[in-house]
Write a new protein. Structure first.
Length: 714
């Protein structure tokens, strides 16, 4: 029930009952001359002890009674010593507690806040405040004042409190000035602010629709969106057309601005292609480094003569009671005799066996060997080969926390290894490959291993397929499925899918791959939850959270990752200890995934962990190699992971996988998508959904092409 008349209420903040740091929604109790008043609304900057004036309409809450629903508010300086004391002792300035607050007020009285604003150096007059403490108090007061001003400035533009905190952390006291000069600078400076948000701010600040800064930002956004879709560049005409549609301006304005930006080296133009400089330099560097390794003429350690190699291979097979396929022998010969080898093949074709043989030979030659994969899960999946453990590429390169793509291992300090075997190359994007190759010594051998039928990298580039297409590297492709692998319905179904055959499933108890038909989306969702909660744990003994992974092609929709995560979390995790970010509750015991590289925290895109503890200020997430503490502002980089996208599952392996296949996902249904999902399962795979959708996916081999010129440049 609302009362229509607008009213103003002035008082002192007695208690902050609730405050959402992301949205700014706050419930506060004010002490006024007429008694206590409850105010609700967007009050992100207020602190206990402050005097505020709120304007709004009264409403009657069924449970909590009369409340003022605030539409606007102003912060007023306390006018009494008691008000100043409540403000200073509230804890919002570090190094000032109740005792020190009282001492400061005893010294300066009613003029305390003027001293803090205009002559903070006089705090040295207070007993117990030395120069070091003075500096901290001064910084805290100044920071709070500037932060509050920035919040009040940006709140009208719909920027969340969490985002404002990020902006202030990056630009500090210059934040408002930089935004006023060019709001589009927010796009590059702050992760999470895209073109749409920056453009909305710019429009409210009366930036012209056709301004060069706006068009340049639109072009940058279009190229960044293209890189998110896997493209290293865009053809010039495609870029101009897409940007003109986004910006709703004439094509000639975009063309003029594009020419200007290229001449200013903001973009790189090359033979009809337009690159962001980061990706252009990465593609050039990868092509150059690979060509340099291929053309390197210096002798390598441990290259056997043809006769010795054949003798050793024969002896190895006899000693290990192993009969190699001819393609496996070709791969071994190629790795032992060349500086580079590219080895590809699907599951069950013997890639790991080939690597075991290669590593055994190199170890006999006393060569140092490094095994690597793009992610922690992929490194785990690579396993132990002849006693060697794989590392992530980031750890092999010895990444420096706090600095993206800055590694201790580089051209001046190459990786200390005679041989490097890099697995899951399909997952490696052009930026990571650049950093990796820069750290490979000129006398180091490289063995690239991958499955070219899997999805390409999440990041920009199509590195594995470009390596194959270039025809510059010796390449062996394994196709024969070995007997033991052929007994797995997971593996045989995966190969049927790649050949374009829609698999049929007998669903007999001895199989390890099943299809449960559920055309109705709600019934399909219920089936997924029941499988994870009851049926698979009961029959196979799987842990519902640790062992079972649900995969979906898309994020949105009833059978997308977002909705499936909400349903699975509700069914599988009964903990109540939580931290909320936006619309997401992170519960103790949740399975979660990091969705971007964070070099400060040392976690990377695709890392999966478990929430081990939730406190008032942080949640602790245990990953494979470390425990990371997230503050609420960092939770934008974390998502629930009971269900993850198939793209994000690359390089992972799970004991049991449930794959949702629905016509709801028709936009994403492709052969290599289903193949990638199926091959994530180690022991058991269940597909559920529509047979029509499965057939659509298998018959669609038109994988989206990516704009890349790595093969041509090699």
């Amino acid at each position: 029930m609302y009362f229509s008349v607008m009213e103003k209420v002035e008082g002192t903040v007695q208690t902050i009952t609730y405050q959402n740091e992301d949205s700014g929604f706050t419930v506060v109790q004010l002490r006024t001359d007429k008694g206590p008043v409850t105010c609700v609304g967007n009050l992100p900057t207020i602190r206990k002890g402050e005097n505020i004036c709120c304007e709004g309409r009264w409403q009657r809450h069924k449970r909590f009674g009369p409340q003022l629903e605030v539409t606007a508010f102003t912060i007023k300086k306390p006018t009494t010593e008691e008000g100043i004391f409540r403000l200073l002792s509230s804890g919002f300035i570090s190094n000032i507690g109740e005792v020190r607050a009282r001492m400061i007020i005893d010294t300066f009285g009613i003029g305390t806040l003027d001293i803090l604003d205009n002559n903070p150096e006089r705090l040295i007059e207070v007993q117990g405040i030395g120069h070091k403490t003075l500096k901290k108090i001064r910084q805290g007061w100044e920071g709070q004042r500037n932060m509050r001003e920035l919040m009040l400035f940006l709140q009208e533009f719909g920027v969340s409190v969490t985002m404002i905190s990020k902006i202030y952390k990056i630009w500090g006291t210059d934040s408002q000035k930089k935004i006023c000069e060019n709001p589009y600078a927010l796009i590059d400076a702050v992760w999470g602010i895209g073109f749409v948000k920056a453009d909305a701010i710019a429009k409210k600040m009366n930036f012209t629709h056709q301004s060069y800064k706006r068009i340049r930002a639109g072009l940058t956004h279009t190229l960044q969106e293209a890189s998110s879709d896997g493209h290293v560049f865009l053809p010039r005409q495609d870029l101009a057309t897409k940007a003109a549609e986004l910006l709703d301006v004439k094509a000639e304005l975009v063309t003029y601005s594009l020419d200007h930006a290229i001449s200013a080296h903001l973009f790189i133009g090359e033979n009809g292609a337009v690159y962001l400089p980061l990706f252009y330099k990465a593609e050039q560097s990868v092509a150059s480094d690979l060509a340099s390794l291929i053309d390197q003429s210096s002798p390598l350690k441990g290259i056997p003569s043809p006769d010795h190699l054949e003798s050793w291979l024969k002896g190895y097979q006899i000693q290990n009671s192993w009969t190699a396929a001819s393609a496996q022998l070709d791969a071994i010969r190629g790795a032992l005799s060349n500086r580079l080898l590219l080895l590809t093949g699907g599951p069950g074709t013997g890639k790991t066996t080939v690597l075991q043989v290669i590593v055994n030979y190199f170890r006999q030659q006393n060569l140092t060997i490094a095994l690597a994969a793009p992610t922690g899960r992929a490194a785990q999946r690579m396993g132990t080969i002849s006693g060697l453990n794989a590392k992530t590429i980031h750890r092999l390169l010895e990444y420096k926390p706090g600095s993206a793509f800055s590694f201790s291992r580089n051209q001046q300090n190459p990786i200390d290894a005679d041989v490097i075997i890099l697995d899951e190359v399909s997952m490696v994007d052009i930026l990571l490959m650049k950093s990796f190759l820069a750290a490979v010594g000129r006398d180091t051998r490289l063995v690239f291993v991958g499955d070219d039928n899997q999805l390409p990298s999440v990041g920009a580039g199509n590195v594995l397929n470009d390596l194959i297409r270039s025809r510059r590297l010796p390449h062996v492709h394994l196709t024969e499925i070995f007997r033991q692998a052929a007994q797995s319905r997971i593996i045989t179904a995966a190969h049927e899918i790649i050949s374009g055959t829609v698999p049929t499933f007998s669903n007999i108890k001895t199989d390890n791959c099943f299809f449960l038909e559920q055309d109705d989306p709600q019934h399909c969702l219920d089936t997924v939850v029941d499988l994870a909660l009851r049926r698979l744990p009961s029959r196979y003994g799987f842990d519902p959270i640790k062992d079972i992974q649900v995969l979906s092609p898309m994020h949105k929709g009833g059978l997308g990752t977002v909705n499936l995560n909400a349903s699975l979390q509700k069914a599988l995790n009964k903990n109540t200890r939580k931290m909320t970010f936006g619309q997401t509750d992170f519960l103790q015991g949740d399975k979660v995934m990091q969705i971007r590289n964070n070099y400060d925290l040392g976690v990377f895109n695709g890392d999966i962990g478990m929430v081990k503890a939730v406190s008032d200020e942080t949640i602790a997430v245990a990953f494979d190699t470390s425990t990371v503490f997230y503050e609420q502002k960092d939770l934008s980089e974390l998502v629930p992971a009971y269900c993850i996208s198939i793209h994000k599952s690359q390089g992972c392996e799970f004991r049991a996988v449930i794959i949702v296949v629905s016509t709801q996902h028709f936009v994403m249904l492709q052969r290599n998508l289903i193949y990638t999902a199926l091959t994530r399962a180690r022991e058991l795979c269940i597909l559920t959904g529509s047979k029509k959708a499965l057939s659509m996916a298998v018959r669609n081999n038109e994988a989206l092409s990516r704009f890349s010129r790595l093969a041509e440049k090699m």
